[in-house]
Design a protein around this ligand. Structure first.
Ligand SMILES: Cc1cc2nc3c(=O)[nH]c(=O)nc-3n(C[C@H](O)[C@H](O)[C@H](O)COP(=O)(O)OP(=O)(O)OC[C@H]3O[C@@H](n4cnc5c(N)ncnc54)[C@H](O)[C@@H]3O)c2cc1C
Length: 361
């Protein structure tokens, strides 16, 4: 979409996917302070505040200058497919990709029935995590239900970013609520850990939460979504050569400490379009070194379990201005703001992890 809307001149783009993207398979939320975006038409909801809850805080945060956005997967797919199908430069091919590679001047895609060759291949289909044994490679795993009740129980104007009031099981677990209205919301049970849980655990936790938190025992489940997002300290590598550019999660754009990806993909794509205009290098690192170092330290503290994850996140919310925290988590904070965040972190846990991660840990 960003390529289509740019003034870059190009001949043809083939978009290969093994599916036709007709399912509402995900809900994308993210925060941004940008006033206009190419996806404005398909923003389903936007909020100016959200709630954070744990045993020590239960607070609503005004997000200004940020806005918290929701885009439904199906609206995104429908919109992009419609726009691009009207533009003769884009061709859609529904095939399963077998292999990617590069020659000295082109990227190659192999499917069971064809070979395709292009100046560049942009890949988000194959993810190659080069896992290292001393790294923390967590996964953000979640199952959510869009539920509808007859009684108004949800705060329609205020999503719940994290609610740590659920049993922690010596782990990091929280509820995430995205209200569609006062009677309808996506309620998601989420964990940050080395492995996902069995499906019945997410479901019983959601049922239990709806019952205890909202006294809701009678509701309709309209949709279900399940996801696993890598929260990886190790790097996603590119074994396909220089004419293949990895994007999305495959490119390392899922932020290790939060799992948020959508916003980083937008920034990456916009940088790629810029590089295509100027003829610059397209193999861009997913983040600045300082942010990957902060993430490595944060993940190490979380994995050590010396400080409960709920206290770790509560500390970030309690001791920082929300605007600074959101800038930091979006990797657009200044060095000074980074220092403020670091200064607010409990040093007895962070300093050992910082030393460990700075000296080869
Ligand atoms: C349920 C869910 C909810 C999420 N919510 C959020 C959120 O709220 N905020 C956020 O920032 N991030 C979120 N994410 C994380 C991230 O933004 C999404 O996973 C995003 O879709 C990643 O984009 P991608 O291009 O890397 O991968 P995908 O969107 O998964 O695209 C990869 C594509 O490759 C295709 N493919 C795979 N293998 C092949 C093959 N062999 N041949 C052909 N095609 C193939 C797939 O069909 C798919 O269309 C969520 C993820 C999930 C799963």
């Amino acid at each position: 979409m960003q390529l289509q809307q740019s003034d870059l001149s190009f001949k043809k783009v083939a978009i290969l996917d093994q599916t036709q993207k007709r399912q509402n398979d995900r809900t994308w939320c993210f925060w941004s302070r940008q006033q206009t975006n190419w996806f404005d038409e398909i923003v389903y909801k936007r909020w100016s505040k959200f709630r954070f809850t744990s045993s020590s805080i239960n607070q609503v945060y005004e997000l200004n200058p940020y806005t918290y956005y929701l885009i439904r997967g199906i609206d995104f797919y429908d919109y992009c497919l419609k726009q691009l199908k009207q533009d003769g430069r884009f061709e859609f091919i529904t095939e399963s990709i077998r292999q990617l590679s590069s020659t000295s001047n082109a990227g190659l895609v192999e499917t069971p029935s064809s070979f395709y060759e292009g100046q560049y291949v942009f890949n988000s289909a194959f993810r190659n995590l080069e896992a290292k044994p001393n790294h923390v490679n967590y996964v953000q795993h979640f199952l959510g239900w869009v539920v509808e009740s007859d009684t108004p129980v949800f705060e329609a104007d205020c999503p719940v970013f994290m609610d740590f009031s659920v049993e922690q099981h010596n782990d990091c677990r929280f509820m995430y609520i995205i209200p569609h209205s006062s009677t309808k919301a996506l309620v998601e049970y989420t964990g940050f850990s080395s492995a996902a849980l069995s499906k019945d655990i997410y479901e019983s936790e959601i049922k239990n939460y709806l019952s205890t938190r909202f006294h809701l025992n009678d509701y309709r489940i309209l949709e279900t979504e399940y996801g696993e997002i890598p929260m990886a300290e190790s790097l996603f590598i590119n074994p396909y050569g220089k004419h293949v550019v990895n994007m999305g999660t495959a490119g390392g754009f899922s932020k290790p400490s939060t799992g948020y990806t959508f916003y980083f993909i937008q920034k990456h794509v916009s940088a790629i379009v810029q590089q295509l205009k100027t003829g610059g290098n397209l193999q861009l690192p997913p983040r600045e070194l300082r942010f990957s170092q902060y993430d490595r330290i944060f993940m190490d503290v979380m994995a050590s379990k010396k400080l409960p994850a709920s206290d770790l996140f509560s500390g970030l919310f309690k001791d920082n201005k929300i605007e600074t925290l959101l800038a930091f988590l979006n990797e657009e904070s200044t060095y000074w703001e980074d220092l403020l965040i670091m200064n607010s972190s409990p040093k007895q846990y962070f300093i050992p992890s910082a030393i460990k991660k700075s000296f080869g840990g």
